[in-house]
Ligand binder design. Structure first.
Ligand code: HEC
Ligand code: HEC
Length: 417
């Protein structure tokens, strides 16, 4: 009898203790800080307020010249600058889609089996494209102009187009264009491109004439880059939320993020390890990582950074090349480029996550249609189809995955550029 009663009291006591404990942990004390000091410091590094001024591009003398940006903007939207007169940069980089195209693959003169990247904030990145095959935006711009599946033209054609439509603006920036009237010296179509006739015509040009055309081509790229440097990220709800946090990690006024979004942010900087690669105010470390993204069906597997390195080293339009305005010692990116390591094979550039909710489909060949599918991939840890997979399974519960996704929606800028 006595023993039974003692047992009952013991149970009651234990239950009471549990209830008190639960009450303490579940009901937040009024105005409890949401973020600890170290977490708060991390959040501030992600805010746009932490974005440094755009670093200069010594390889491009007109990088910050407003007249160059204005000319570059007109050419960016000018479909005459293509092999068929119908494709411009904006065909795949549409302002209304944060300078992406909403499609898995870029569609120009053909279909290029790569996903068009956002240009918002891209001028901060030392390497351009998924595998970083260009070390500046002006050098990068020259690739789609001559790629048969993108704008499909050639450098001599572009020189002729500049002469026909923008000779005055060009001359004001770079001095007069070469006299292109002599069609035997400067055929309409010539360049080191896939098109056999244009390629042959290029080989028959003198070295001096090729050099003159290369210089015009590089300058064309430099105006486009000057325009791209004006496409800077704009504040999102996330930035206003971080700005609203006081020194104790409490939101001033009504919280700008919901409980789920805050929980998702906590996973982003913690358990989800997203911040290892998506860090800083643009949510990217600008580095190359193998995240075991499966290949897209029916297109060749991209080898990633390993190919980008070879391409940028051999590019005559790189920072150390004859068309760069930089002193060689200013080309630190290229000179100190990482060229060894087990993540180069299959390594892709970490993309920015600003505006990510509106820039799907995702990954270098648009393999994932939704953010939920992206998070599912990270949660499983993936399986490397080539090279070394840097991910590990995260074991997020279904609710945590949804919260992480909800957080990503808070990175959409409120007033686009
Ligand atoms: C047919 C579609 C298409 C056209 C036209 C096009 N692009 Fe792209 N753009 C892409 C694709 C696809 C990628 C990714 C390419 C890669 O990884 O090799 C890309 C990547 C880029 C990047 C790299 C961004 C980064 O963060 O690394 C820049 C910059 C860029 N394009 C600028 C331009 C400019 C300037 C033009 C016009 C001269 C242009 N693009 C024309 C589809 C296109
Ligand atoms: C090891 C570095 C690394 C980590 C950790 C990482 N990412 Fe990524 N992320 C990348 C790279 C690299 C890509 C591009 C991969 C590709 O296209 O092949 C990418 C692509 C993405 C994309 C697609 C963006 C686009 O424009 O296509 C999203 C969304 C994304 N990551 C979210 C996350 C989230 C959420 C986490 C945490 C669960 C995370 N990432 C963790 C490196 C990383």
């Amino acid at each position: 009898m006595n023993r039974q009663r003692r047992q009952v009291w013991l149970w009651v006591g234990a239950l009471l203790a549990l209830a008190v404990l639960a009450a303490c942990t579940l009901t937040p004390v009024a105005n409890a800080p949401v973020w600890q000091e170290d977490e708060l410091r991390v959040l501030r590094t992600l805010s746009l307020d932490a974005l440094k001024p755009l670093p200069p591009d010594p390889s491009n003398v007109v990088a910050d010249d407003p007249a160059a940006a204005a000319l570059g903007e007109r050419i960016f939207f000018d479909a005459r600058f293509s092999g068929n007169g119908a494709v411009s940069c904006a065909s795949c980089h549409m302002p209304e889609h944060h300078f992406t195209d909403g499609r898995p693959f870029g569609v120009g003169m053909g279909v290029i089996p790569l996903n068009a990247m956002t240009l918002v904030g891209a001028s901060y990145s030392p390497w351009q494209t998924w595998n970083g095959k260009a070390d500046s935006q002006w050098a990068q711009a020259l690739h789609p102009l001559e790629h048969p599946l993108e704008q499909g033209g050639n450098r001599t054609l572009y020189a002729h187009l500049l002469a026909a439509h923008y000779a005055g603006d060009y001359a004001a920036l770079f001095g007069p264009l070469p006299d292109l009237a002599d069609a035997t010296r400067f055929p309409r179509n010539a360049g080191p491109v896939d098109d056999v006739a244009a390629s042959l015509a290029w080989e028959q040009m003198s070295f001096a004439d090729q050099n003159a055309i290369n210089r015009v081509f590089a300058n064309l790229g430099k105006t486009l880059a000057a325009y791209e440097r004006t496409l800077l990220p704009q504040p999102a709800r996330f930035d206003r939320y971080v700005a609203s946090l006081d020194a104790d990690g409490r939101a001033q006024g009504a919280s700008l993020l919901s409980d789920d979004e805050i929980a998702g942010l906590r996973i982003f900087i913690g358990k989800g390890k997203c911040i290892h690669c998506h860090n800083g105010p643009r949510f990217t470390n600008d580095a190359f990582h193998n995240t075991a993204i499966p290949g897209a069906p029916d297109v060749p597997l991209q080898r990633g950074r390993i190919d980008g390195i070879a391409r940028v080293q051999s590019d005559i339009f790189n920072c150390l090349g004859p068309y760069s305005d930089a002193a060689p010692e200013a080309c630190t990116g290229l000179r100190f480029m990482v060229t060894t390591g087990d993540t180069l094979l299959g390594g892709m550039k970490t993309p920015t996550l600003r505006n990510v909710a509106e820039t799907g489909p995702y990954m270098h060949t648009g393999q994932f249609a939704t953010l939920a599918a992206v998070i599912e991939h990270y949660n499983s840890g993936g399986f490397a189809v080539q090279g070394h997979n840097e991910l590990e399974p995260l074991n997020l519960a279904a609710q945590e995955a949804t919260q992480l996704e909800a957080f990503l929606y808070t990175l959409t800028e409120e007033t686009p550029n």
